[in-house]
Write a protein that binds this ligand. Structure first.
Ligand code: CP3
Length: 336
C-alpha cells in the first residue's frame, strides 16, 4: 500500500500473478476437493483457502483474490466451461442478436455473490500486513474471449468484429465496462484494498485502437471507481503495450502500471516509473529454470527500480511447471 502511495522502499514488496495455482501441491489438492476450477471459484471457503495457501508458504506482501476474469461473461449470461488441458470455452457474441441476450451490468451481482463472500472471508483472515487485491479483466481482453468463445493467439475474431460490426463491438465493450465497474465496486465494498485490471491482450491493439479500446475503457473504470473510492489504489496491466506503457498511468488515472517482461527494467524506470509506481517484471520462466540467473535477474530488477516506487512481481503468471523452491529463492534474493 505504501509503494502504491508513491513511497520508495529499500526492500520492495512482492507478490506473484497466479501465485495460487497448479505449481503448488496444496492448490491441486483443494481443487480436487472442489471438483473443478469453476466450482473452486464459486466456493467461498475453498477459494479463500487457496488464496491463503501461498501467503502461508511464502508470506507474500499481498494476496490476490482467487477467481477468474471470465466470471464476468458468465454473470452477463454467457455459457462458460473449461476443457482440461486446453482452456476456457464460452458461447460467442458476434451479432446484435447475440448481444441482446446479455444481462444488464446491474444484474450480475446475484451470480457473483460467492466471489464477494470470498473477499469478505479473506478480509477477515488475512494478516493486517498483507494487502488484499481484487481484480477483473479489462473490457478488451474479456471481449476477446466473449467474441471468439475461447483464447486465441492473435485475437483475430475480436479484431474482425471490430472492423466489420463496430456498433456491436463497442456495445459489448461498453457493457463489459459497466459490469466491471459494478464488480470491482462490490469487491471494494467487501474488503478489497487494491484492485487490478488485467488487459492481457492489450498488445494486439495498435494506434487509435489502443487509445480507444485499452486506454479509454481503463480510464472510464478508474474514474468511476475513484469517484466512489478515492482511497483505493488501482493497478493497470496493459500487457505487451510496449511504448503504450509510456504515459499509461497519467492517461488512465491508475496508481500503478504492471509491466510484462518484454520491456527492460532500465527502460521502464526511465519512461514509466517517472510517473509513479510500477509493478514487475521478472520473466516467469525463471520460476522453472532457477539457478544463479534467477538470483541475478531478480537483483537486477530490484536495482533498476530502486529509485522509485516499485512492487516486485513476475511479468506474467507463474506456470504449472514452476518449482516452488524457486519462488522462495526469488523472495530471498529480494528481501536478503
Ligand atoms: O493471479 C491469481 O493468482 C488470481 C487468480 C487468477 C486466475 N486467473 C486463476 C486461474 C487471475 C487474476 C486470473 C486472470 C486471468 N484469467 C487472465 C488475465 C491474466 C493473464 O494470465 O493473462 C486471463 C486471460 C484468464 C483466463 C483464463 N483462466 C485462461 C486462459 C485459463 C486457462 C489457461 C491456464 O492458464 O490454465 C484460466 C484458468 C485459470 N485461472 C487457472 C487459474 C489458477 C488454472 C485453472 C486450473 O486448472 O486450476
Amino acid at each position: 500500500m505504501r509503494s502504491l502511495a508513491g513511497e520508495v522502499q529499500a526492500v520492495p514488496p512482492v507478490w506473484m500473478m497466479r501465485q495460487a495455482g497448479r505449481y503448488l501441491p496444496e492448490y491441486r489438492a483443494t481443487r480436487a476437493q472442489a471438483g473443478d476450477f469453476l466450482s473452486l471459484c464459486y466456493n467461498p471457503e475453498l477459494a479463500a483457502e487457496v488464496t491463503l495457501q501461498p501467503i502461508r508458504r511464502y508470506s507474500f506482501d499481498a494476496a490476490i483474490l482467487f477467481a477468474d476474469i471470465l466470471l464476468i461473461p458468465q454473470a452477463l449470461g454467457a455459457d462458460l466451461w473449461f476443457v482440461t488441458g486446453e482452456g476456457p470455452r464460452l458461447s460467442t457474441i458476434t451479432s446484435q442478436a447475440d448481444f441482446d441476450t446479455l444481462k444488464r451490468a446491474g444484474e450480475i451481482h446475484d451470480h457473483l455473490a460467492p466471489i464477494y463472500q470470498t473477499v469478505r472471508i479473506l478480509s477477515g483472515e488475512l494478516p493486517a500486513e498483507t494487502a488484499l487485491i481484487g481484480f477483473a479483466g479489462a473490457p478488451w481482453t474479456v471481449a476477446t474471449y466473449m467474441i471468439a468463445g475461447r483464447g486465441t493467439p492473435d485475437q483475430g475474431p475480436a479484431h474482425a468484429l471490430k472492423d466489420e460490426n463496430r456498433p456491436v463491438f463497442e456495445a459489448l465493450l461498453n457493457r463489459i465496462t459497466e459490469a466491471t465497474i459494478e464488480y470491482l465496486a462490490a469487491q471494494i465494498d467487501a474488503g478489497a484494498e487494491v484492485v487490478k485490471i488485467f488487459d492481457s491482450w492489450a498488445g494486439s491493439l495498435k494506434g487509435d485502437d489502443f487509445t480507444n479500446y485499452a486506454v479509454k475503457p481503463a480510464a472510464t473504470i478508474i474514474s468511476a471507481l475513484k469517484a466512489r473510492y478515492p482511497e483505493t489504489p488501482i493497478i493497470a496491466f496493459p500487457r505487451e503495450a510496449g511504448d503504450g506503457y509510456i504515459g499509461f498511468s497519467k492517461a488512465t488515472g491508475a496508481d500503478c502500471v504492471a509491466l510484462d517482461n518484454s520491456v527492460s527494467a532500465d527502460w521502464a524506470a526511465r519512461h514509466v516509473q517517472i510517473d509513479g509506481c510500477v509493478q514487475g517484471n521478472l520473466a516467469p520462466g525463471h520460476m522453472v529454470t532457477g539457478g544463479a540467473e534467477l538470483v541475478t535477474e531478480t537483483r537486477r530488477i530490484v536495482k533498476a527500480f530502486s529509485g522509485g516506487p516499485h512492487i516486485f512481481n513476475l511479468g506474467h503468471g507463474i506456470t504449472p511447471d514452476a518449482d516452488p523452491d524457486n519462488v522462495q529463492r526469488m523472495i530471498d534474493a529480494i528481501r536478503g
